[in-house]
Design a protein. Sequence first.
Length: 637
Amino acid sequence: MGEHAVAAESKEQELRAFTRALLEDVHALERMLAGGLIESGVRRVGAEQEMFLVDRAYRPAPVAVEVLEALDHPQFTTELGRFNLEANLLPRLYGGDCLRTMEAEATALVQTAREAADSCGALVALVGILPTLHLGHLTLDFMTPKPRYFALNRTLLELRGGAFHTVIKGLDELNVTHDNLMLESCNTSFQVHFQVGPNEFAKLYNVAQAVTAPVVAAAANSGVLLQQRLWHETRIALFQQSVDARSIAHQARGQPTRVHFGEGWVRDSVIELFQEDIARFRVLLASNVEDSPSAVLDRGEIPSLGALCLHNGTVYRWNRPCYGVNDGVAHLRIENRVMPSGPTVTDEVANAAFYFGLMSGMLEEYGPVDKVMAFDDAKNNFLAAARRGLEAQFHWMGETVTAGSLVLDRLVPLARQGLRHSRIDEADIDHYIGVIEERVRRQQTGAQWMFKSLVAMGREGSREERHRALTAALITRQSEGKPVHEWSLAGLAESGLWQESYRTIGQFMTTDLYTVHPGDVVELAANVMEWRRIRYLPVEDERGLLVGLVTEGRLLRLLNRIVHQGKREPVSVGEIMNRETLTATPETPTLEAIQLMRERRIGCLPVVRDCQLVGIVTERDFMRVAGTLMEKELAGA
């Protein structure tokens, strides 16, 4: 998430001063480019390894601060959520054994994180989105206590003028309104950096844009969000919507989101991207800028361009231009942000190898990509890959082809060729590109493994058990080190502590609800209850707010009144519903809900979040849970 040294309260005056510093940084970068002060002729690669921390029941574990203290390691840092962790790999020259050494370093760092997490009662999971996440994990209580994160959350909400609204449609549908930035913390990635020279930046950045779609299709590992099966790489949609700071007016006129793919090919220079992002996106955060970059250049030194880097860290291009300084030498990098974390370190490095190989191979095969591919095709391919993975339909160099066949038939050979051109060790080319080839051939990306595992489990156990089994299985298989195309499907028996599936009522409540409105005729309520064999029918208004409850008892009393009084006038639901309805939240402990229902002698509890109906639990649900627990207890005995 970038720099942490920011003012907790950025005043207008500070923002103006920072904006001036930002513009000075851009002018200084132009001067450096013109004067040949940016390193060229050298290729380096690096990566950022993000990961989830989970507890022994495979739920998010908000212990990142404690784990970092246990680590005491300069390559580890925080992320937005207290259940996220990031490790920064060291940059290395591109060539020879760089892929093998990258995997060795990432493996060592993940193992170090596992050991520190274990000391805090936690486990490490490498996955784009953790399957066991709930909305209850996405409150500000779970945000890492850093001023930058709270300032960013506050500023985005002010710009947007209200809560964030996330809608993602896949096999299931997610429709969530959330009052903070924490949905972004559901994403973890393996971000790779590719250093390029200033004179070749434009053509290589364009190549990165073109190959992002097939890389996403082959690397997808984010199929489930909040226990809904959505896109193969749901991170793409989620990240874009979770930090969407556009007001209604900005959305109406089509202003791009801060998370974006771009609007066209780069023509000449990296400056175009920085200028566009400054012109389009307001400064969100300010920090103290100590020295004028022009004065630094006048002294014969290289400026850090801190204002430019901070602003760049709040604009999230999927291929992001980056400026950096190492040992007094300035350089440019392309940061590819589309690759998810996991399923294993081997898979991650294979994804990186595929990307790096295509960066060279595409130029050799096609020349300048902007001359042979429409930008809209590159962008549409990217979105199609995120939605459908290897099954996506691509428009590629004038043809329509599935992502899977394109990768196998054309891009795998092209990536091999590109890696050979860059003098990567032949054995490493065979190993890592072979992983991509087998994954695509067997049609088992991380996302496909998730989907197939959930299908295989069917309706066994509770939804909570199935997603915990999915998480448990992926952590177990990660520790074994085999790439995802060799994984067996997850099974319900891997869920482990099955009692944890029923700890809160949100884990087993009924969410497929039938409801009526207060103005509906009572005959509708009676028929719905008869058809669906239910004894309790929630009443909600047009906004989805719970306003009452129709019970079997109240319908019987109405029937008795009609029989005795002989009245046949239409009666509305609002006239007979119970308006004084006790409710619970998804986080209400199961034992507390049982005790409440016993004390108040009621047969059901509507479940609400922010007054909106999200589920219901009845005495039948508790009987079903009790039966399940008895079966498992007897089976365990």
